[in-house]
Design a protein around this ligand. Structure first.
Ligand code: IVH
Length: 718
């Protein structure tokens, strides 16, 4: 080493050039040590030496914040797989918004709200606010006694990451609030990066040999989620407050009023927000915001409408993960032309052969797109689902110049072809009639009732098809199912190929079999002592699982998360559910009728369930799995302390304080099921004036009957 080797110099003596070289060397060296430690379980230096390297890296970054590399060890992405941020459970979940894509969707939204509330035009105008939808990432800020105590990202909506230290560096966020604010205040809004700051940051990153961010949203997310708060401090993040979570007292009774208050408390709020009194006014604001979009200096992707009165917001409540009182009116999708290089066929867990367009990479709205959805073979041939010709009846061929469209997080779509650019030798695409994974016939089923041919071609290989098996396993361990950390797509593929995991029960016997095996997991490529142990521990953590997750994990056709929840709630326990599904094979019996009577479960779903349970192989798989795993009864989950959780209710007569839709939504919010008629299974009838036969029936059967006011008392709403 020569005298000028920067590795030998004190941090304080480094020139910028030497510092850049040092940071590059440290990034490479630390990452190599990480791999030896985490992946190979074979560290080659002591912990103290390793820490010294990281400290040196941090010290140089502190002195030269502009030189921080995209692959710096202090940056979370690509760094050692450590538990980076603590978790914060949101006091009130952070939800998403339903989307509107046309003026008519906006009219429908306002109409739906009016009907739900029985708010007819005679009652006067219904005030709705309109404001830009900021394209950043949402953040929840909690203040206790006026002091900022935590900042959390949205995460999965229920739990986010603790980024408090980083949020404190954002100028638009006050650290403390005026004296007279409520004890608990949670302000929510969007963290974003302005265009000018984004361009300057990317220039700096590229200048330092780093990789630029694809768009301001990614730059904002990457900058907020930094382990090293000094880096966040150097990144010019901004914040708009537009919503709230827990509030110990409400300082206003309208959306507009709340935003005014936030602004008085020192938050940045969006100046384009307007209060409107008609759909036409909303649409005018939408167009106005769209026109000024290019001059705003930050990215927005639509306009959000919110019912202004907070008492009405409360009555409207939520449907699954979005509020009924708000909607996002999205700007039209961005489009671009590119070349279709190939069509790849993927096989899903139900055997569906799905064509995927492999595109010449192209940037659409700031994101590089290289795949697009092709739906099914009719779509490629140019025939729509309804048999109508698509795109003028033109087939899509490999080599074609195609126009793609990307809207939000939706998978890009091919919307048009430029036939003048078609290569002369381009051939129509021959959709395979055998499964690319197992070679079995792939067929299009005929619907037994309608006689229509299914648009989807399916592999008939069933159990012998490795693609179906691995996709089923991937679904089984996925986030909303068993959610096993460390068992992702890659691991499932590898375990399946090794023959270690062929069906779900195998996952839960892995540790035992591994202990008895000569080829231990910890010795395999990509694994080590720690990672193998972590995986086995993560698996053991899931031996008890909520019933609805268990049902969803089985991957029964047509049974998504929503249906799984309905079923779990209707049957309560695995035993009752499984028994009923066997009994429902008799389509003339009670069990079949009961299954079809569950609100939201139709005949197609019912049939898929019965078929699944009648298949002996599925029962064997379940038996093996249930020897390892215990589904937790649904009542236990739904029991949110509400006195009506798990109960079946009937509303009858005219209700005066709420509409029928509202009553149903409210009951469901408290974990109850609403039925249309009174039977032995009814637990409670809520009767308003004019109740007739249902009330009589309830009295005959000895079912409890209460008034609408009693109902509000019972569930504790005022
Ligand atoms: S209101 C209960 N207002 O959009 C819903 N959201 O698609 C509260 N967003 O997760 C959200 N600008 O990150 C609201 N002016 C705005 C917004 C906005 C951007 C984001 C937010 C949310 C997502 C939903």
């Amino acid at each position: 080493m020569t005298r000028s080797d920067p590795a030998l110099l004190d941090v304080d003596d480094l020139t910028p050039e030497q510092a850049a070289a040092e940071l590059a060397r440290l990034a490479e060296e630390i990452s190599a040590h990480d791999a030896r430690y985490y992946r190979d379980d074979a560290p080659s230096i002591s912990d103290a030496e390793y820490d010294a390297l990281r400290q040196r890296n941090a010290a140089i970054e502190k002195r030269f914040p502009d030189l921080v590399r995209a692959d710096s060890p202090s940056v979370k992405v690509g760094a050692a797989p450590q538990e980076a941020f603590g978790k914060i459970t949101h006091a009130i979940p952070m939800l998403s918004l339903d989307n509107a894509f046309s003026d008519d969707d906006v009219r429908d939204f306002v109409g739906r709200v009016r009907r739900f509330l029985k708010y007819d035009p005679l009652k006067g105008p219904l005030a709705v606010t309109a404001e830009p939808k900021i394209d950043g990432l949402s953040l929840s800020l909690r203040f206790e006694q006026g002091r900022l105590v935590s900042a959390a990202t949205r995460g999965d909506g229920a739990t986010g990451e603790n980024v408090t230290r980083n949020a404190e560096t954002i100028d638009d966020i006050p650290r403390s609030l005026p004296k007279d604010v409520p004890d608990i205040v949670e302000v929510r809004g969007e963290v974003y990066m302005a265009h000018a700051d984004f361009t300057a940051l990317n220039e700096r990153m590229v200048g330092n040999g780093g990789k630029p961010f694809a768009n301001p949203r990614n730059a904002a997310a990457g900058s907020l989620r930094q382990l090293n708060v000094e880096i966040t401090r150097q990144r010019p993040l901004r914040f708009f407050a537009y919503a709230w979570g827990e509030m110990s007292a409400m300082p206003a009774d309208t959306q507009m009023g709340m935003i005014d208050v936030f602004s008085q408390w020192g938050f940045a709020t969006n100046p384009l927000m307007k209060r409107c009194e008609s759909v036409e006014e909303l649409i005018d604001v939408y167009h106005h915001i769209e026109e000024t979009r290019a001059t705003l200096g930050y990215d927005i992707d639509g306009v959000v409408y919110k019912i202004d009165r907070l008492d009405l917001q409360k009555r409207l409540g939520f449907v699954s993960r979005s509020p009924r009182w708000a909607i996002a009116h999205k700007f039209p999708a961005e489009k671009a032309f590119t070349i279709l290089n190939a069509i790849e066929i993927q096989v899903g867990r139900t055997g569906a052969l799905t064509p995927v367009a492999k595109l010449e990479p192209v940037t659409v709205g700031g994101v590089v797109v290289s795949n697009a959805s092709l739906h099914n073979e009719d779509y490629i041939r140019g025939v729509g689902q309804d048999g109508e010709p698509l795109r003028g009846g033109k087939d899509i061929r490999v080599g074609d110049t195609v126009r793609i469209q990307r809207a939000g997080d939706v998978i890009p779509q091919i919307i048009d072809l430029d036939l003048t650019k078609r290569p002369p030798d381009a051939e129509p695409f021959a959709f395979p009639t055998t499964c690319p994974a197992c070679g079995s016939h792939a067929v299009r089923e005929v619907h037994p009732k309608t006689g229509r041919i299914d648009a989807i071609r399916r592999c008939t290989g069933g159990l012998i098809c490795p693609a179906q098996a691995t996709e089923k396993l991937k679904h089984f361990v996925s986030r909303n199912a068993f959610d096993i950390e460390g068992l992702g797509d890659k691991q499932v593929d590898a375990f399946y190929a090794d023959g270690m995991v062929k069906n779900p029960a195998d996952i839960f016997t892995l540790r035992r079999r591994d202990a008895a095996s000569l080829t231990r997991l910890k010795n395999k490529d990509g694994w080590g002592e720690t990672s193998a142990k972590n995986l086995f521990d993560a698996i053991d953590e899931r031996r008890e699982i909520d019933l609805h997750r268990f049902i969803y994990a089985l991957g029964i056709r047509h049974v998504g998360e929503g249906n799984a929840k309905l079923l779990a709630r209707a049957y309560g326990s695995w035993e009752a559910f499984a028994r009923a599904m066997r009994a429902a094979e008799d389509h003339a019996g009670d069990a079949w009728a009961e299954l079809n009577n569950i609100d939201g479960v139709g005949e197609v779903v019912a049939e898929a369930l019965v078929q699944f349970f009648s298949e002996p192989h599925n029962r064997e798989v379940l038996e093996a799995l249930l020897a390892e795993v215990t589904p937790v009864d649904a009542e236990k989950i739904a029991d949110t302390g509400s006195p009506v959780a798990g109960k079946t209710l009937v509303f009858t007569g005219s209700l005066e304080r709420m509409t029928r839709d509202e009553a149903k939504a409210m009951a469901e919010r408290f974990g109850a099921k609403v039925a249309g008629s009174v039977s032995k299974k009814t637990d409670l009838v809520i009767a308003g004036p004019g109740a007739g036969s249902k009330l009589k029936k309830a009295e005959e059967l000895g079912v409890d009957v209460i008034s609408e006011d009693d109902w509000f008392d019972l569930v504790g709403e005022i």
